[in-house]
Design a binder for this molecule. Structure first.
Ligand code: HEC
Length: 287
């Protein structure tokens, strides 16, 4: 990406915008289509702002990619665009729930998202977890006007300013992640170790998992997350039984535990693991 950026920087300013935006657009198209606005019919359609403004009805529900000039910032997450800087008067409302920084006035940006007829009720339906931050006067002014619920806003500097920036992980989250990696590695090692059981290795693996589950349980106790406390506790009980079984030479207990402990992973992940835009996982916020 850096090399590519350097190459295109040498070209004329206008083509930098065009080529750069296209490249970015291609690389983030998938994200836009999966975006929280979602729900558009079919694939992404390249479109000019004036095409939408001229005949909004024809494009409702379409997921579009359009380059337009920023006209006015109306709130932290809402701005308007026009076809070009000369102001055609055909403005489109852009609602970008995840907007991180305001776009520069008059600058060209590439926007991707779903076209819809502006209505606060529609916004609430399409973008859950987002609170529209427009004044009642502005809501009234734009009611029924063409709008785009944007998941991507790329500037001339090729920065997607609608891309959520993940806060750094806290030490507790990092420790949690490490425990998950221990549990994951342990679960795999147990399966592999069942072919030709090596008591010393099994003992180490189980001890590592036991420590990790103890910490995970404590983490969720600290948050009062009842279902997760139970899943971690159940897992801890399984590996504790495995430990005793191994010590008593009862390999069938270790074998059963190897299966049983894996039956719990997905339940806890379903409730408390959240995939981020960049493909990594985090502990679900508030859970
Ligand atoms: C009590 C809840 C709970 C249980 C049980 C649990 N996990 Fe997790 N796991 C999580 C949460 C929450 C995350 C997301 C946090 C993170 O990735 O840092 C996670 C993340 C992971 C990750 C991703 C780590 C990464 O690189 O981001 C792996 C791999 C994983 N778990 C494997 C397992 C396996 C395998 C099991 C079962 C043998 C298991 N987990 C059981 C809650 C649980």
């Amino acid at each position: 990406m850096t090399l590519f950026k350097r190459q295109i920087r040498r070209r004329a300013a206008a083509s930098v915008v065009a080529a750069g935006a296209l490249a970015i657009v291609a690389s983030i198209a998938v994200r836009a289509e999966q975006g929280q606005g979602g729900g558009g019919r079919g694939g992404m359609v390249p479109m000019t702002a004036s095409t939408i403004a001229r005949n909004p009805a024809a494009h409702m529900g379409e997921t579009v990619s359009m380059m337009a000039a920023v006209e006015a910032q109306l709130s932290k997450t809402v701005f308007t665009v026009d076809q070009d800087r000369t102001k055609t008067g055909e403005e489109i409302l852009i609602i970008a729930p995840t907007l991180q920084t305001p776009p520069q006035a008059n600058a060209y940006v590439t926007i991707q998202g779903e076209v819809f007829k502006f209505d606060p009720a529609e916004v609430a339906k399409k973008a859950r977890n987002y609170t529209l931050d427009l004044s009642p006067e502005l809501i009234a002014k734009y009611q029924g006007k063409p709008a785009v619920l944007a998941t991507v806003v790329v500037t001339q500097a090729l920065v997607d300013i609608a891309k959520r920036v993940l806060p750094p992980m806290t030490p507790a989250e990092l420790a949690f992640r490490q425990n998950m990696l221990t549990i994951d590695g342990g679960a795999k090692a147990l399966v592999a170790g069942m072919d030709q059981p090596n008591p010393t290795q099994l003992k180490d693996t189980i001890a590592g998992m036991k420590k990790a589950y103890t910490d995970v349980e404590a983490f969720f106790k600290g948050r009062n997350t009842e279902d997760a406390i139970k899943w971690a506790g159940d897992s801890l009980k399984i590996v504790t039984d495995m430990e005793a079984g191994l010590a008593a030479g009862k390999l069938e207990v270790v074998k059963a535990g190897t299966t049983n402990v894996r039956a719990i992973c997905a339940q806890c992940h379903g409730a408390h693991r959240e995939r981020q835009d960049d493909g990594t996982f985090r502990i679900k916020s508030g859970g």
